[in-house]
Write a protein that binds this ligand. Structure first.
Ligand code: ADP
Length: 455
């Protein structure tokens, strides 16, 4: 049974139920009809015998045997016997072999004769004439199942039609369930196609998506879209990362070949080595960024975050960055005390570091960076504002994309730029249920605003 398909199992189940119901109905009808038939036949026998008995008349002193009617009436064989039980007139049915049956007045008896069953009744009549009266036995014999009967006909009709109905119901039911299960076949086929060809662009795309299976197919399609996007993003990421790594590696190869083949003086060798060092630093920075970025995907469950003191963290990052950059840019910080939230301190530190680092990198000489951390009614807001080169409106919505770098002339700095920093900042903000936006105008400066909603 287990290896049968659901549609076949369902069809078999209700066909079995229908057979059970139809069988019970037939048995019920059979029982009813046999009782009704028996009653009908017996009353037919009784009525006919009475009518025959009442129709008898006298001829002088004796019974008039010149009857003006047939003794076979309403399927009943009537026989006339005198008081001493001697047959006067009438015939038994041919197959009836109990002709010497004793007389039992007024009781309808059931007599088996060969394969057939007969009902027999004996009734004693007194026929009165002008010259006196005579006693006559009338014996009525009828075959038990001769009489036409409505119940019997109904039973016969039911016997032939009901199995047909069961058959039609089974076929119809199977077709309907096959139709209903078609989308599942479709679903299976789509899943197999994806499995075989790895083509995530395939969709089930059911036209009717109102029933349960339709909704399942829509969910499946949604899941496929998400998977496709994730895979595409993954592919893009790998290709971008390879591309970013290829450029410095090509420069390193070219420089080392050049140094080997044509550099003669110590200065020329040192120049080649310094280019190689710069590119290797870039590669190292990129690899570190890539590793940090991919590790974000295996982040701990946010429900397991610790309480982080953002105020302390922001102060520490400001100090670290000022020391690292040792620049002419001055930093003013407006950091509210004791702002705490649930989070990962390492990641939140990285978020702050990236934003302040960018502000130094893209700030102007002797400029100012303003760092602020405030608790508002509905959110904790962290902002980093500089008065540097700014970002053009066309770049504004792209800077959070991975590997996107708007100002290429500044990216070749010693610290190395990868275009991954802001993508990472955005992801960290999202991991903490927050969001980031930027206000900026070219040559005026930029303001990055991170908001962590308070739940
Ligand atoms: P990068 O490693 O290049 O700094 P980011 O993802 O941190 O990568 O930044 C992406 C791009 O956004 C940068 O290349 C730069 O063009 C622009 N950008 C980021 N921060 C600033 C800023 N404070 N001022 C101006 N431009 C910025």
């Amino acid at each position: 049974m287990k290896h049968l398909s659901i549609k076949l199992r369902v069809t078999l189940w209700y066909t079995f139920l229908m057979v059970l119901v139809v069988g019970s109905v037939l048995i019920f009808m059979m029982l009813i009809s046999s009782t009704v038939i028996e009653k009908d036949v017996k009353s037919q026998l009784s009525a006919t015998v009475n009518s025959i008995g009442n129709s008898l008349s006298m001829d002088d002193h004796d019974l008039d045997l010149d009857l003006g009617f047939s003794l076979f009436q309403n399927q009943v064989y009537n026989l006339l016997y005198n008081e001493n039980k001697t047959l006067l007139k009438g015939d038994y049915p041919d197959a009836f072999d109990s002709k010497d049956l004793t007389f039992t007045p007024n009781t309808i008896r059931s007599i088996k004769s060969g394969d057939l069953t007969y009902y027999v009744v004996d009734r004693l009549f007194t026929v009165t004439g002008e010259e006196g009266s005579v006693k006559v036995w009338v014996r009525g014999v009828i075959e038990a199942d001769t009489a036409p009967n409505l119940m019997k006909s109904l039973f016969e009709i039911a016997l032939f039609t009901l199995p047909f109905l069961v058959l039609i119901a089974a076929i119809g039911g199977y077709l309907i369930s096959r139709q209903a299960f078609k989308p599942i076949d479709h679903l299976m086929k789509a899943a197999n196609d994806i499995n075989d060809g790895g083509d995530l662009s395939k969709r089930i795309d059911l036209k009717n998506n109102h029933d349960e299976i339709g909704k399942l197919a829509s969910t499946f399609d949604l899941m496929l879209s998400r998977l496709e996007n994730a895979f595409d993003a993954e592919k893009q990421f790998t290709s971008d990362a390879s591309h970013e790594l290829r450029t410095p590696v090509t420069v390193i190869l070219a420089q080392s070949e050049l140094a080997q083949s044509s550099a003669k003086t110590l200065e020329e060798h040192q120049e080649a080595l310094s280019v190689i060092h710069r590119q290797a630093t870039k590669i190292s920075h990129l690899i570190t960024q890539l590793l940090s970025f991919t590790r974000l995907d295996q982040m701990p469950d946010p429900s397991k975050f610790d309480e982080v003191d953002l105020s302390e963290l922001a102060l520490a990052v400001c100090a670290e960055q000022a020391e690292a950059w040792n620049s002419s840019i001055s930093v003013t910080s407006d950091i509210q005390n004791k702002i705490r939230m649930k989070g990962d301190s390492l990641l939140l530190g990285r978020l702050m570091n990236n934003l302040i680092d960018n502000a130094y990198q893209y700030g102007k000489e002797n400029g100012t960076i303003k760092v602020s951390l405030k608790k508002q009614a509905d959110a904790i807001v962290f902002t980093v504002e500089d008065d540097g080169i700014g970002i053009s409106p066309t770049d504004l919505d792209k800077i959070f994309n991975r590997f996107y770098q708007a100002d290429t002339s500044r990216t070749a700095s010693v610290r190395g730029s990868s275009g991954l920093g802001l993508a990472m900042v955005k992801k960290i903000a999202m991991i903490h249920g927050g969001d980031i936006r930027v206000d900026s105008s070219i040559n005026q400066g930029s303001k990055f605003i991170v908001k962590f909603p308070i739940k």
